[in-house]
Structure formats: C-alpha cells, structure tokens
Design a binder for this molecule. Sequence first.
Ligand SMILES: Cc1ncc(COP(=O)(O)O)c(C=O)c1O
Ligand SMILES: N[C@@H](CCSC[C@H](N)C(=O)O)C(=O)O
Length: 464
Amino acid sequence: MTDLSLQTKLVSLPAHKDQHGASVPPLYQSTTFRQTSLDEDAAQAYDYTRSGNPTRTIVQQQVARLYGVDSDQVFAVSSGMTALDVILRSLVLNSSSGGASAPPPTVIAGDDLYGGTQRLLTFLGGRAHARALHADTSDFDRFVAVFDAQPRVDCVVLESPTNPICKVADLPRLTAFVKQRNKDCLIVVDNTMMSGLNANPLDFQCDVVYESATKYLNGHHDIMAGVIITRNRALAQQVYFIVNSTGCGLSPLESWLLVRGLKTLGVRLYQQQHNAMVLAHWLESSCGFRRTPQNKALVTRYVGLRSHPQFQLHRSFNRGPGAVLSFETGSFEHSKRLVTSKRLRIWAVTVSFGCVNSLISMPCKMSHAAIDPKLRKQREFPEDIVRLCCGIENIADLQHDLLAAMIDADIVECQDNGKTIFNKLNGLRGPNTTGKGALPNIYDEFFGAHLASTESQVVRAPKL
Ligand SMILES: Cc1ncc(COP(=O)(O)O)c(C=O)c1O
Ligand SMILES: N[C@@H](CCSC[C@H](N)C(=O)O)C(=O)O
C-alpha cells in the first residue's frame, strides 16, 4: 500500500492509549508524573514536564510525520526564536569543547533575514559567542566567495524565500557546495516561510530545520511555538540536553493547540496560497505593480509569479509559493497611508504571517524594525515595502478591501466607470478584475497544475 499523503497524516493521529478511547488525545496539563518504581531499569517515559510530556510527544510525532523522520528527532519549543537559539547553543557548546582558547564558531547567514534572526546573531557576535557574517544567499557565486574567504565555516543559516523581499536561495546547490567544502559545517534552514508541507530541506543535505510554528503550522495566532527537526542523532541528543536543561520545551496546552492546528494545515495553506496567487496576479496585471522597461522598482514580489526572476528555481525544490507577498509604492508616505487607511476592514495591521486572517504591514516599522536602519539601507531594504500575508477569507472581499484602501491612500484610482485601475504612482493601468471575473487564468494555472499532480498520483482501486 502506498504511504499516506502528508495532509492525511496530519489529520489522522497515530493510535494513542486512552482509557476512554477519546478521539482527541487528552491534554496532559500536569507537571509531574507518579513513579511506580525507583528501579532504573523500569524508568518511565515521563517524570517532569520540563523533561517530557505526553502531549508534547504527540505534537513531536506529528511534526516527525510531516518531515519524514523519527519522533525522537523532533523537538517542540516555546517559539521560533527559541528553536534557533537552541541550535546555536549546540554550536557554541561544541566549539567551547575545544578549550577556552578555541575561536568562536563562524556562522554565515543570509543578508536578508527575518529581523529577529539578525538580532540574535548580532547579540551572539557582540559577546564573542559566534562570529556572524552575512552573504547574499540568493547569489550562489557571491556566497561561495564569502565562504571561501574564511579559514573555516562552522555553520550556515539559510532561509528561502526571504521574508518579505521574497529572494530565493538555491538550497539544494548551496547545501551540496557547503558539504563538499566541509562535511562538518552545520547547515541550518529556517523553513517558516514554506512550512514542512511546501518544502523539506532535510531531503537535501541540510542538518537541521526549524520553523516558527507560531505561523503556518498552528495558523490561528493563539500560540507561540517553534519546532526543531534533524536527522543527525548526535545533534538530536544535544538539542534534547539543551531543551531539558533550560526548560524551553513547549508547554502542554500549547502542544495540544498545535496538534489541533496541524490537522488543518493542508486546507489552510491551500486556500492561503490560492488567495496569494490571485492577489499577486491582480496587483501585477490590474493595479500596475509590474515590471516594464520604465518601471523596474514598483513591482509585486511573490515567488508564485512567473515574472519573479527565480520563479523556476523556487518551483524546482518547493511544492508551493506560500502566502506572503510584497510590493513597493515608491513612497514611504503612500505606503503608510495605505497600511493605516480606515478603509481596511479585513486586512489587519499586524506582524506575523501564516494565520487564517489576512494581514498587512510595513516591515521596516514592524517585523524588521529590529534591524538597524543603517544596515537596512546598506542592504537596500525598501523602507516603503508593504507586506501582505494572505489568510483564508473570500478572495473578492480581500481585493475589494485592499482596492478601497489603495484608493483612499491615493495610490490608484478607478477609471472608465470602474473598468480600469490606474496606478497614480507609476502611470500603469490594467483592467479592474476584482471579483469572480478575475479568477479564470489563475484557476487554470494554479489548480490546473495542482490537479495534474494529483491525477498523476491516482492509482487503481485495489481488488478486494
Ligand atoms: C522567518 C521567521 N523565522 C523565525 C521567526 C521567529 O519565530 P517566533 O516569533 O515564533 O519566535 C519569525 C517570526 O517571528 C520569522 O518570520
Ligand atoms: N516586535 C517583534 C516583531 C515580531 S515580527 C513577527 C514575524 N516574524 C513577522 O515577520 O511578522 C520582535 O521584536 O521580534
């Protein structure tokens, strides 16, 4: 029998022991577990929730199924940043085992990272716990140049696509290069923007993946959580040691909610990506945020768009584009007026992404404010960039809401009795295709491809 699909595995939990046969595994909201023997050979699975808890075990089992590893290779922790902190602590632990005089480990990370990741790496660098360098990971040759200029690289932290610029790092090629240069270099991938449903970096030579489960995995913005997944058994033991020693394991209630969130990951992500595809095409073709010889800057950035310079590369190792997109207005003031417009009824001005609700933000003032403005400028991070994180609402409602706010912010106007949308900032126009009329092309492209891949998996019913 063929293996079950990921979506099915996430909905149907493995059998669990419960005296009443509860369909949903119970929440073990207990710190301690009674011990029936003091004999070491009869050690029980649980004694104290910092060390382990049955509800946390269930969520770890589910994430293990998502990534195709054993459940003792997965750790659920209190946030995405905690996940990275634990991984980096293991690196620092290993390097200090070389003695007090051992140099701090050298880490190469992207130069377009989530603001909190940048902050943590800068913090470690400032205390000489690690030497963090940055490279444009979407440019293979530049990355190689930075890597080869170091006497030794101990760790590489990768993220693709980046949040919110949507730059793609060629993860299979980069990981193969790094391992060929130094098989002991720890390769870490932040898979938050994709989730395990869209990409599994463990399939190429990455050592450890983490996700902010606060985002897609949970999907409802009611918990903070992180997950760490590795195939490397020695690293798994170290991670367990750090989680148990520091007490950063995910709490029982959060674990229980994450198990529930994971059940609907498949349908949520599907609808969120559908909305993002429609919206990105609409912003590009109808609202004038598209590349032309005259307009190279005010474009829609989304890895699901054919016009994205790395569209094919992204598709080559991911199963979907995710639901985060961005665009620039060319003016900080216009972007601010859009994001703060009173006409927004559905799009909430909120950080984070991966939630069932649609969110709009200005990263330079919100999620990426932790990056020094001088560094943002040096890295050409646009101050006027607007990020859209699509939820599961009706797509026509989302378009109408955004259009009303864009008109209110003086970015676009409707012309020809509403038939055309004119972009006042770059002079481009397109047909007003909000509502049902906007959908056919996208449906062909998106669902066409999806159905084709589903059909290729269809097998004959077994003879009973
Ligand atoms: C790409 C990415 N990685 C990691 C994190 C950190 O996750 P958390 O907020 O759960 O600590 C975030 C957002 O916060 C993020 O956007
Ligand atoms: N004030 C927070 C900002 C969190 S940003 C959350 C998320 N990663 C996003 O991209 O929106 C902080 O200082 O970390």
